[in-house]
Design a protein around this ligand. Structure first.
Ligand SMILES: Cc1ncc(C[n+]2csc(CCOP(=O)(O)OP(=O)(O)O)c2C)c(N)n1
Ligand code: SF4
Length: 332
Protein backbone atom coordinates (compact mmCIF):
# COMPACT_ATOMS: atom_id res chain seq x y z
CA UNK A 1 0.00 0.00 0.00
CA UNK A 2 1.34 3.47 -0.90
CA UNK A 3 1.99 6.09 1.73
CA UNK A 4 -0.87 8.14 0.29
CA UNK A 5 -3.38 5.30 0.54
CA UNK A 6 -2.30 4.66 4.10
CA UNK A 7 -2.96 8.30 4.88
CA UNK A 8 -6.27 8.48 3.06
CA UNK A 9 -7.88 5.31 4.31
CA UNK A 10 -8.20 6.27 7.95
CA UNK A 11 -9.59 9.69 6.94
CA UNK A 12 -12.20 8.07 4.72
CA UNK A 13 -13.12 5.73 7.53
CA UNK A 14 -13.29 8.61 9.94
CA UNK A 15 -15.70 10.45 7.64
CA UNK A 16 -17.91 7.34 7.24
CA UNK A 17 -18.08 6.85 10.97
CA UNK A 18 -18.50 10.44 11.96
CA UNK A 19 -21.09 10.50 14.69
CA UNK A 20 -22.61 13.85 13.83
CA UNK A 21 -25.43 14.27 11.39
CA UNK A 22 -24.48 16.69 8.64
CA UNK A 23 -27.43 18.43 7.06
CA UNK A 24 -25.05 20.18 4.66
CA UNK A 25 -22.36 17.95 3.22
CA UNK A 26 -18.86 18.82 2.05
CA UNK A 27 -18.21 19.02 -1.69
CA UNK A 28 -20.32 22.11 -2.41
CA UNK A 29 -18.98 25.00 -4.46
CA UNK A 30 -18.48 27.78 -1.92
CA UNK A 31 -15.30 29.86 -2.07
CA UNK A 32 -12.50 28.84 0.28
CA UNK A 33 -13.09 30.33 3.70
CA UNK A 34 -16.78 31.12 3.06
CA UNK A 35 -18.27 31.94 6.47
CA UNK A 36 -21.78 31.21 5.28
CA UNK A 37 -20.92 27.63 4.27
CA UNK A 38 -19.54 26.91 7.72
CA UNK A 39 -22.42 28.63 9.49
CA UNK A 40 -25.03 26.69 7.50
CA UNK A 41 -23.24 23.45 8.30
CA UNK A 42 -23.20 24.28 12.01
CA UNK A 43 -26.88 25.21 12.02
CA UNK A 44 -28.01 22.03 10.28
CA UNK A 45 -25.67 19.88 12.37
CA UNK A 46 -27.19 21.26 15.55
CA UNK A 47 -30.73 20.66 14.32
CA UNK A 48 -30.40 17.02 13.27
CA UNK A 49 -32.25 15.26 10.47
CA UNK A 50 -35.87 16.11 11.29
CA UNK A 51 -36.01 19.52 9.60
CA UNK A 52 -37.14 20.96 6.31
CA UNK A 53 -35.57 24.06 4.81
CA UNK A 54 -36.80 26.90 2.62
CA UNK A 55 -33.78 28.69 1.17
CA UNK A 56 -33.93 32.12 -0.46
CA UNK A 57 -31.97 32.73 -3.65
CA UNK A 58 -28.41 33.75 -2.90
CA UNK A 59 -24.93 32.29 -2.53
CA UNK A 60 -26.00 29.49 -0.17
CA UNK A 61 -28.61 28.25 -2.61
CA UNK A 62 -26.26 28.53 -5.59
CA UNK A 63 -23.16 26.89 -4.16
CA UNK A 64 -25.05 23.96 -2.61
CA UNK A 65 -27.24 22.94 -5.53
CA UNK A 66 -25.36 22.91 -8.82
CA UNK A 67 -27.74 20.78 -10.89
CA UNK A 68 -27.90 17.77 -10.86
CA UNK A 69 -26.12 17.65 -7.51
CA UNK A 70 -27.09 18.78 -4.03
CA UNK A 71 -25.05 19.08 -0.85
CA UNK A 72 -28.17 18.94 1.34
CA UNK A 73 -29.08 15.87 3.38
CA UNK A 74 -32.35 17.35 4.62
CA UNK A 75 -35.47 18.17 2.58
CA UNK A 76 -34.67 21.54 1.02
CA UNK A 77 -36.66 23.88 -1.18
CA UNK A 78 -35.33 26.81 -3.16
CA UNK A 79 -37.62 29.79 -2.80
CA UNK A 80 -37.45 33.16 -4.53
CA UNK A 81 -35.08 35.83 -3.26
CA UNK A 82 -37.95 37.62 -1.53
CA UNK A 83 -40.18 34.93 -0.08
CA UNK A 84 -38.32 32.31 1.98
CA UNK A 85 -40.30 33.29 5.08
CA UNK A 86 -43.62 33.02 3.23
CA UNK A 87 -42.68 29.60 1.83
CA UNK A 88 -41.54 28.43 5.28
CA UNK A 89 -44.83 29.68 6.76
CA UNK A 90 -46.73 27.54 4.26
CA UNK A 91 -44.55 24.50 4.95
CA UNK A 92 -45.10 24.87 8.67
CA UNK A 93 -48.87 25.24 8.30
CA UNK A 94 -49.02 22.18 5.99
CA UNK A 95 -46.95 20.02 8.36
CA UNK A 96 -49.12 21.10 11.28
CA UNK A 97 -52.30 20.26 9.36
CA UNK A 98 -50.88 16.77 8.72
CA UNK A 99 -49.99 16.33 12.40
CA UNK A 100 -46.26 16.20 11.65
CA UNK A 101 -43.69 17.69 13.97
CA UNK A 102 -40.70 18.36 11.68
CA UNK A 103 -39.03 21.68 12.37
CA UNK A 104 -39.05 24.27 9.62
CA UNK A 105 -36.09 26.49 8.78
CA UNK A 106 -35.97 29.51 6.52
CA UNK A 107 -32.52 30.53 5.31
CA UNK A 108 -31.61 33.81 3.65
CA UNK A 109 -28.70 36.14 3.08
CA UNK A 110 -28.79 39.69 4.39
CA UNK A 111 -30.13 40.92 1.04
CA UNK A 112 -32.94 38.36 1.24
CA UNK A 113 -33.60 39.17 4.89
CA UNK A 114 -32.89 42.82 5.73
CA UNK A 115 -34.14 44.06 2.35
CA UNK A 116 -36.18 42.20 -0.21
CA UNK A 117 -37.62 39.43 1.99
CA UNK A 118 -38.32 41.64 4.96
CA UNK A 119 -42.06 41.98 4.36
CA UNK A 120 -42.52 38.19 4.21
CA UNK A 121 -40.34 37.78 7.30
CA UNK A 122 -42.26 40.37 9.30
CA UNK A 123 -45.52 38.65 8.37
CA UNK A 124 -44.18 35.26 9.39
CA UNK A 125 -43.10 36.60 12.78
CA UNK A 126 -46.34 38.48 13.37
CA UNK A 127 -48.47 35.43 12.55
CA UNK A 128 -46.44 33.36 14.98
CA UNK A 129 -45.33 30.55 12.67
CA UNK A 130 -43.23 27.88 14.33
CA UNK A 131 -40.22 28.54 12.09
CA UNK A 132 -36.57 29.27 12.80
CA UNK A 133 -35.38 31.94 10.37
CA UNK A 134 -31.60 32.10 10.02
CA UNK A 135 -29.95 35.01 8.24
CA UNK A 136 -26.40 34.42 7.03
CA UNK A 137 -25.20 37.99 7.25
CA UNK A 138 -22.27 38.62 4.90
CA UNK A 139 -23.18 42.28 4.65
CA UNK A 140 -23.80 42.60 0.90
CA UNK A 141 -25.48 40.96 -2.10
CA UNK A 142 -22.59 38.61 -2.79
CA UNK A 143 -24.14 36.19 -5.25
CA UNK A 144 -24.70 38.93 -7.83
CA UNK A 145 -21.33 40.66 -7.44
CA UNK A 146 -21.05 42.45 -4.08
CA UNK A 147 -23.74 45.13 -4.19
CA UNK A 148 -24.48 47.03 -0.97
CA UNK A 149 -27.43 45.93 1.17
CA UNK A 150 -28.97 47.66 4.16
CA UNK A 151 -26.75 45.37 6.24
CA UNK A 152 -23.51 46.66 4.67
CA UNK A 153 -21.57 48.55 7.36
CA UNK A 154 -21.14 52.28 7.16
CA UNK A 155 -18.12 53.30 5.04
CA UNK A 156 -17.63 49.85 3.48
CA UNK A 157 -16.79 49.63 -0.20
CA UNK A 158 -19.06 47.58 -2.44
CA UNK A 159 -19.56 47.76 -6.20
CA UNK A 160 -22.53 50.09 -5.60
CA UNK A 161 -20.92 52.10 -2.79
CA UNK A 162 -17.44 52.83 -4.14
CA UNK A 163 -15.28 55.30 -2.25
CA UNK A 164 -14.57 58.45 -4.22
CA UNK A 165 -14.96 62.21 -4.22
CA UNK A 166 -18.57 62.18 -3.09
CA UNK A 167 -18.32 59.69 -0.19
CA UNK A 168 -16.07 57.27 1.65
CA UNK A 169 -17.85 54.01 0.80
CA UNK A 170 -21.40 53.33 2.02
CA UNK A 171 -22.99 56.51 3.31
CA UNK A 172 -25.71 54.89 5.44
CA UNK A 173 -25.57 52.84 8.64
CA UNK A 174 -25.97 49.08 8.91
CA UNK A 175 -29.63 48.39 9.65
CA UNK A 176 -30.29 47.38 13.26
CA UNK A 177 -32.17 44.26 12.20
CA UNK A 178 -32.13 42.51 15.57
CA UNK A 179 -33.97 45.41 17.25
CA UNK A 180 -36.55 45.42 14.47
CA UNK A 181 -37.03 41.66 14.77
CA UNK A 182 -37.22 41.91 18.57
CA UNK A 183 -39.93 44.56 18.23
CA UNK A 184 -42.18 41.79 16.90
CA UNK A 185 -42.02 40.39 20.47
CA UNK A 186 -41.20 36.92 19.21
CA UNK A 187 -40.15 34.24 21.72
CA UNK A 188 -36.50 34.20 20.67
CA UNK A 189 -34.11 36.37 18.66
CA UNK A 190 -30.33 36.28 18.71
CA UNK A 191 -27.17 37.30 16.96
CA UNK A 192 -24.27 34.89 16.54
CA UNK A 193 -20.95 34.68 14.77
CA UNK A 194 -19.30 31.91 12.83
CA UNK A 195 -16.25 32.55 15.06
CA UNK A 196 -18.15 30.92 17.95
CA UNK A 197 -19.44 27.52 16.76
CA UNK A 198 -20.70 26.15 20.05
CA UNK A 199 -22.64 29.37 20.64
CA UNK A 200 -24.34 28.84 17.26
CA UNK A 201 -25.22 25.25 18.18
CA UNK A 202 -26.66 26.28 21.54
CA UNK A 203 -28.72 29.02 19.99
CA UNK A 204 -30.13 26.75 17.30
CA UNK A 205 -31.11 24.14 19.90
CA UNK A 206 -32.64 26.84 22.09
CA UNK A 207 -34.60 28.23 19.13
CA UNK A 208 -35.86 24.77 18.23
CA UNK A 209 -37.13 24.14 21.77
CA UNK A 210 -39.45 27.08 21.37
CA UNK A 211 -42.95 26.81 19.97
CA UNK A 212 -43.21 29.88 17.77
CA UNK A 213 -41.03 32.04 15.59
CA UNK A 214 -37.31 32.43 16.25
CA UNK A 215 -34.65 34.40 14.41
CA UNK A 216 -30.84 34.16 14.44
CA UNK A 217 -28.57 36.54 12.54
CA UNK A 218 -25.17 34.92 12.00
CA UNK A 219 -22.24 37.14 11.04
CA UNK A 220 -20.60 35.24 8.17
CA UNK A 221 -17.48 36.68 6.50
CA UNK A 222 -17.24 36.55 2.72
CA UNK A 223 -13.57 36.60 1.64
CA UNK A 224 -14.54 37.61 -1.88
CA UNK A 225 -16.72 40.56 -0.92
CA UNK A 226 -14.81 41.70 2.15
CA UNK A 227 -11.43 41.33 0.52
CA UNK A 228 -9.56 39.25 3.06
CA UNK A 229 -7.72 35.99 2.72
CA UNK A 230 -10.03 32.99 3.14
CA UNK A 231 -7.79 31.62 5.87
CA UNK A 232 -8.62 34.70 7.99
CA UNK A 233 -12.41 34.38 8.00
CA UNK A 234 -12.73 33.14 11.56
CA UNK A 235 -10.22 35.69 12.85
CA UNK A 236 -12.02 38.53 11.06
CA UNK A 237 -15.39 37.34 12.40
CA UNK A 238 -13.97 37.20 15.93
CA UNK A 239 -12.55 40.71 15.64
CA UNK A 240 -15.96 42.06 14.61
CA UNK A 241 -17.33 40.76 17.92
CA UNK A 242 -14.34 41.78 20.00
CA UNK A 243 -14.40 45.39 18.84
CA UNK A 244 -18.14 45.76 19.48
CA UNK A 245 -19.24 46.34 15.88
CA UNK A 246 -21.09 43.01 15.85
CA UNK A 247 -22.55 42.49 19.35
CA UNK A 248 -23.61 38.96 20.31
CA UNK A 249 -26.93 39.11 22.12
CA UNK A 250 -30.15 37.23 22.83
CA UNK A 251 -33.63 38.62 23.24
CA UNK A 252 -36.74 36.88 24.51
CA UNK A 253 -40.10 38.54 23.86
CA UNK A 254 -38.17 41.70 23.03
CA UNK A 255 -36.17 41.80 26.29
CA UNK A 256 -32.39 41.41 26.38
CA UNK A 257 -31.60 38.11 28.16
CA UNK A 258 -28.07 37.25 27.08
CA UNK A 259 -24.86 38.87 25.89
CA UNK A 260 -21.33 37.80 25.08
CA UNK A 261 -19.25 40.13 27.27
CA UNK A 262 -15.96 41.61 26.09
CA UNK A 263 -13.15 41.54 28.60
CA UNK A 264 -11.01 44.04 26.71
CA UNK A 265 -12.69 45.51 23.62
CA UNK A 266 -10.35 45.80 20.64
CA UNK A 267 -10.12 49.00 18.57
CA UNK A 268 -12.25 48.84 15.43
CA UNK A 269 -9.13 49.34 13.31
CA UNK A 270 -7.98 45.80 14.27
CA UNK A 271 -11.12 44.50 12.58
CA UNK A 272 -11.17 46.87 9.61
CA UNK A 273 -7.51 46.67 8.54
CA UNK A 274 -7.40 43.08 7.19
CA UNK A 275 -10.34 43.83 4.85
CA UNK A 276 -9.99 45.43 1.42
CA UNK A 277 -13.51 46.85 1.65
CA UNK A 278 -12.19 49.30 4.26
CA UNK A 279 -8.77 49.95 2.61
CA UNK A 280 -9.75 53.55 1.70
CA UNK A 281 -10.06 54.32 5.42
CA UNK A 282 -6.33 53.74 5.83
CA UNK A 283 -5.27 56.06 3.02
CA UNK A 284 -4.01 59.58 3.42
CA UNK A 285 -7.37 61.32 3.23
CA UNK A 286 -8.65 63.68 5.96
CA UNK A 287 -12.14 62.12 5.67
CA UNK A 288 -10.75 58.69 6.54
CA UNK A 289 -9.90 59.70 10.11
CA UNK A 290 -13.41 61.04 10.57
CA UNK A 291 -14.96 57.79 9.31
CA UNK A 292 -12.75 55.68 11.56
CA UNK A 293 -13.84 57.80 14.54
CA UNK A 294 -17.44 57.33 13.50
CA UNK A 295 -17.05 53.55 13.29
CA UNK A 296 -15.33 53.49 16.68
CA UNK A 297 -18.23 55.53 18.10
CA UNK A 298 -20.71 52.99 16.67
CA UNK A 299 -18.82 50.13 18.34
CA UNK A 300 -18.65 52.03 21.65
CA UNK A 301 -22.37 52.70 21.40
CA UNK A 302 -23.07 48.96 21.03
CA UNK A 303 -20.82 48.16 24.00
CA UNK A 304 -22.67 50.66 26.20
CA UNK A 305 -26.17 49.83 24.91
CA UNK A 306 -25.80 46.10 25.55
CA UNK A 307 -23.53 46.39 28.60
CA UNK A 308 -20.82 44.30 26.95
CA UNK A 309 -17.97 45.28 29.23
CA UNK A 310 -17.39 42.35 31.52
CA UNK A 311 -15.52 39.21 32.31
CA UNK A 312 -15.34 36.53 29.73
CA UNK A 313 -13.89 33.10 30.52
CA UNK A 314 -11.11 33.03 27.94
CA UNK A 315 -11.47 34.58 24.51
CA UNK A 316 -9.08 32.06 22.98
CA UNK A 317 -10.75 28.98 24.34
CA UNK A 318 -13.61 28.08 22.04
CA UNK A 319 -15.62 26.22 24.65
CA UNK A 320 -15.35 29.06 27.16
CA UNK A 321 -15.64 31.93 24.75
CA UNK A 322 -18.83 30.55 23.30
CA UNK A 323 -20.57 30.64 26.63
CA UNK A 324 -23.26 33.25 26.61
CA UNK A 325 -24.40 34.67 29.91
CA UNK A 326 -28.13 34.73 30.20
CA UNK A 327 -29.40 37.14 32.82
CA UNK A 328 -26.16 36.70 34.77
CA UNK A 329 -26.48 32.93 34.75
CA UNK A 330 -24.22 30.93 32.50
CA UNK A 331 -26.07 29.07 29.79
CA UNK A 332 -24.28 25.73 29.71
C1 LIG B 1 -36.63 39.78 -7.19
C2 LIG B 1 -35.18 39.48 -7.47
N1 LIG B 1 -34.31 40.50 -7.56
C3 LIG B 1 -33.01 40.27 -7.77
C4 LIG B 1 -32.57 38.99 -7.91
C5 LIG B 1 -31.11 38.74 -8.20
N2 LIG B 1 -30.41 38.24 -7.04
C6 LIG B 1 -30.25 36.91 -6.84
S1 LIG B 1 -29.35 36.56 -5.47
C7 LIG B 1 -29.14 38.21 -5.16
C8 LIG B 1 -28.32 38.68 -4.00
C9 LIG B 1 -28.40 37.83 -2.79
O1 LIG B 1 -27.83 38.53 -1.72
P1 LIG B 1 -27.99 38.01 -0.24
O2 LIG B 1 -29.42 37.74 0.09
O3 LIG B 1 -27.31 38.99 0.65
O4 LIG B 1 -27.24 36.61 -0.25
P2 LIG B 1 -25.70 36.29 -0.56
O5 LIG B 1 -25.61 35.96 -2.00
O6 LIG B 1 -24.89 37.48 -0.16
O7 LIG B 1 -25.43 35.11 0.31
C10 LIG B 1 -29.80 39.00 -6.12
C11 LIG B 1 -29.80 40.47 -6.13
C12 LIG B 1 -33.51 37.94 -7.80
N3 LIG B 1 -33.14 36.66 -7.87
N4 LIG B 1 -34.79 38.21 -7.56
S1 SF4 C 1 -18.99 34.94 -2.71
FE1 SF4 C 1 -18.78 35.04 -0.48
S2 SF4 C 1 -20.72 34.25 0.36
FE2 SF4 C 1 -20.56 33.62 -1.80
S3 SF4 C 1 -19.65 31.57 -1.75
FE3 SF4 C 1 -17.98 33.05 -2.01
S4 SF4 C 1 -17.26 33.52 0.07
FE4 SF4 C 1 -19.28 32.52 0.26
Amino acid sequence: MSDLAETLMPIAELRRNQPRFRGLEAGHLACLGCGQALAARLVTEAAGPDVVVANATGCLEVFTTAWPQSAWRVPWLHSLFENAAAVASGMEAALRAQGKSSKVFAFGGDGGTFDIGFQALSGMLERGHNVLYVCFDNEAYMNTGVQRSSSTPHAAMTTTSPPGKARMGKRHLKKDIISIIAAHNIPYAATASVAYPSDIRKKVRRALEIDGPAFINIHSPCPLGWGHDGSLSIEVARLAVECGLFPIIELERGALTGTMPLRAPRPVTDYLKPQQRFAHLFQNDPRAKEELEHLQALADHNIETYGLRGERPDPLDSAGADTVRRGGVRWA
